[in-house]
Design a protein around this ligand. Structure first.
Ligand code: NAD
Length: 253
C-alpha cells in the first residue's frame, strides 16, 4: 500500500514500529544523499559520470587501479565531511531503544557506525570505503598510507607484506560477496517482524533479495524511497518521500 502523503506514511510507519519487536533496517545510498554523498542512479549520481571498474579489471590492470584510486581520492573531501543524517540518527535511536538489533547496509560510507551503531552491529554487504585492504593477504591500510604511496610513486601501491594490490575495503562488481555478512543478513531477515528498506533502488543482487526474504518469512515490509522500486508491489507500506523527512520524527534521545 502506497502512503497517500508524507504525514499518513509517517503515522502508519510509527504504528508498525510500535507494534514490532525486532526491526531490521536495510539501507542503500539514498539514506546518505542528505549527508552530501551522491547515490549511483539518481540524476547526477556517480554512475551518470563514471562507469564502474569491475574487480577483474582492478586485479589485471595497473591503470585500472590507478584510475580507481584517483576516483576515490577525488571523493575524499565528501566522505570525510559527511555526518550522519536524520535517517541514520533515527535508526540509531531505535537501536538504543532495543528495537533494532543490527542494520544491514549496502553503503560503504561508515555513517551508521558514526551515528552510534557498534561496528559489529553494522552488516556491510558491500564493505567500507573509509579504509583499504590488500586483496591478497587482507592486511588493512589507512587511506593516508595509500595516498602517500600514490603521490610518491605516481601509481596505486601494492601490499608491503605480500606485494598484491591494495584496494578500498569495498566489494566491487565481479567480487565475491562476504560470506559472514550474507549469513548474518539472512538470519536477521528471517528473524525480524518488521523489515524497512530505506533508500535502495533494490536492483543490486543478491543484496536486493533480503526484503523479499523477510516478507516470505512473515515480516511486514516497509519501503522508503522517493522513486518507485521493483518490490513496491509486495510491501505492506510504501512511503514515496524524502528519507530525512520521513525518519526525522523518529530521531530520539
Ligand atoms: P542507488 O544509487 O542504486 O539507489 C539509491 C536509491 O535511493 C534510489 O532509488 C533513489 O531514488 C533513492 N534516494 C536517493 N536519495 C533519496 C532521498 N533523499 N530520499 C528518498 N529516496 C532517496 O543505490 P543503492 O541501491 O544503495 O545501490 C548501489 C550501490 O552503490 C550500493 O550497493 C553501494 O555499495 C553503493 N553506493 C554507496 C554509497 C554510500 O555508501 N553512501 C553511495 C553510492 C553508492
Amino acid at each position: 500500500m502506497i502512503a497517500e502523503d508524507l504525514q499518513s506514511g509517517v503515522e502508519r510507519l510509527g504504528d508498525m514500529i510500535a507494534r514490532a519487536k525486532i526491526i531490521v533496517p536495510f539501507t542503500g545510498a539514498g539514506i546518505s544523499t542528505e549527508c552530501g554523498i551522491p547515490d549511483f542512479r539518481s540524476p547526477g549520481g556517480i554512475w551518470t559520470r563514471n562507469r564502474p571498474i569491475e574487480f577483474g579489471e582492478f586485479v589485471a590492470s595497473q591503470s585500472a587501479r590507478d584510475e580507481s584510486w584517483r576516483r576515490r581520492f577525488a571523493m575524499q573531501e565528501v566522505f570525510a565531511a559527511a555526518k550522519p543524517g536524520r535517517g541514520h540518527r533515527a535508526l540509531a535511536s531505535l537501536h538504543r531503544a532495543g528495537k533494532i538489533p543490527a542494520v544491514i547496509t549496502q553503503n560503504i560510507d561508515n555513517l551508521h557506525q558514526a551515528s552510534g551503531f557498534a561496528p559489529d552491529r553494522v552488516i556491510e554487504l558491500h564493505g567500507n570505503t573509509t579504509y583499504a585492504r590488500c586483496i591478497g593477504c587482507g592486511q588493512v591500510y589507512q587511506l593516508d598510507w595509500v595516498k602517500r604511496r600514490f603521490d610518491r610513486d605516481g601509481a596505486a601501491p601494492n601490499c608491503s607484506a605480500c606485494d598484491e594490490p591494495v584496494k578500498t575495503a569495498t566489494i566491487s562488481f565481479g567480487q565475491a560477496m562476504p560470506e559472514d555478512e550474507m549469513q548474518r543478513a539472512t538470519e536477521l531477515s528471517r528473524a525480524c517482524d518488521l523489515f524497512i528498506a530505506i533508500g535502495s533502488s533494490l536492483v543490486v543482487w543478491p543484496a536486493a533479495g533480503f526484503p523479499m526474504m523477510a516478507k516470505e518469512a512473515g515480516a511486514r515490509l516497509a519501503i522508503i524511497n522517493r522513486e518507485p522500486t521493483e518490490q513496491d508491489n509486495i510491501a505492506d507500506l510504501v512511503i514515496r518521500h524524502d528519507i530525512g523527512e520521513t525518519l526525522g520524527p523518529f530521531v530520539g534521545n
